[in-house]
Design a binder for this molecule. Structure first.
Ligand SMILES: [Zn+2]
Length: 256
């Protein structure tokens, strides 16, 4: 663990260089600002790149299906590795300490056998000061990557911000079911991705995703509905999160 921690520290410089180079991009409220796109490029999540990641994560066409976590630097080089169960990887105390150390700038890459997007617990990792980004790679090749945004409330990202987004996305999806423009199963398959998109559109996190295979096909079945749900949820979040989203602008204080 000590050796791992040292390597984390050594790799910080590379990530910081990236951050400094593209720093101003972080400030805008797009779903994937320039800083995150730089990271996506460095991680290489092209078709061939994804095959290499799944290989590194130990995903084989046959054999046991479980989650594995790789903590990498900004160039995608592994620093720490952990094996998990079928649907989660438990972070031990030593590793958690590393992720909570400011300046570590770790990128967490793990696989999702079920192909769904980043979970509440995944997004919650972004509240740790040593975590630069988290990526989930579905076994169908879909990629989901998130980083903290200007509106991230590190004390309540998972407990309040994520929960509010989740509840609102669920509510809006359920309201769409009677129209038969979206099924319950397709809603479930896309839920995590939609919540992350809404959080990003509201400026709470940064988010980049590339859907492939069945995940892409299921999204395309109801894309107009999903865009409507995401836009509506983002507007709701901007409203309820007004104080934390505008806290960085002195002039905006007191106007809400
Ligand atoms: Zn996950």
């Amino acid at each position: 663990m000590e050796k791992a921690a040292a390597r984390v520290a050594l790799t910080v410089a590379g990530w910081l260089t990236v951050t400094v180079l593209v720093g101003p991009g972080v400030a805008n409220a797009q779903e994937h600002p320039r800083a995150l796109k730089e990271l996506v490029t460095r991680l290489n999540v092209s078709d061939r790149g994804i095959a290499a990641w799944l290989e590194k994560l130990g995903v084989r066409p046959t054999g046991p299906v479980g989650e594995r976590l790789l903590i990498v630097d900004s160039a995608g080089e592994p620093i720490v590795e952990r094996n998990g169960g079928t649907s989660a990887v438990v972070l031990d105390a030593d590793l958690d300490r590393v992720l909570c150390t400011p300046g570590t700038s770790a990128v967490l890459v793990h696989n999702h056998p079920s192909n769904v997007g980043l979970s509440a617990a995944d997004i919650g990792q972004l509240s740790k000061p040593g975590v630069a980004a988290i990526a989930a790679i579905g076994h169908d090749g879909s990629v989901f990557i998130a980083a903290a945004g200007r509106g991230t409330d590190r004390d309540f990202l998972q407990a309040r911000q994520y929960t509010q987004a989740l509840n609102e996305v669920r509510r809006r999806l359920q309201a769409e079911w009677p129209s038969q423009n979206v099924s319950i199963s397709v809603s479930d398959a896309q839920l995590n991705h939609l919540v992350a998109r809404a959080l990003a559109q509201a400026g709470i996190i940064q988010y980049w995703a590339d859907l492939r295979g069945d995940t892409r096909a299921s999204y395309d079945l109801a894309a107009p509905v999903f865009n409507r749900v995401v836009a509506g949820t983002a507007a709701y979040l901007r409203q309820v999160e007004k104080p934390s989203l505008s806290a960085h602008r002195f002039t905006a204080r007191g106007s809400g």
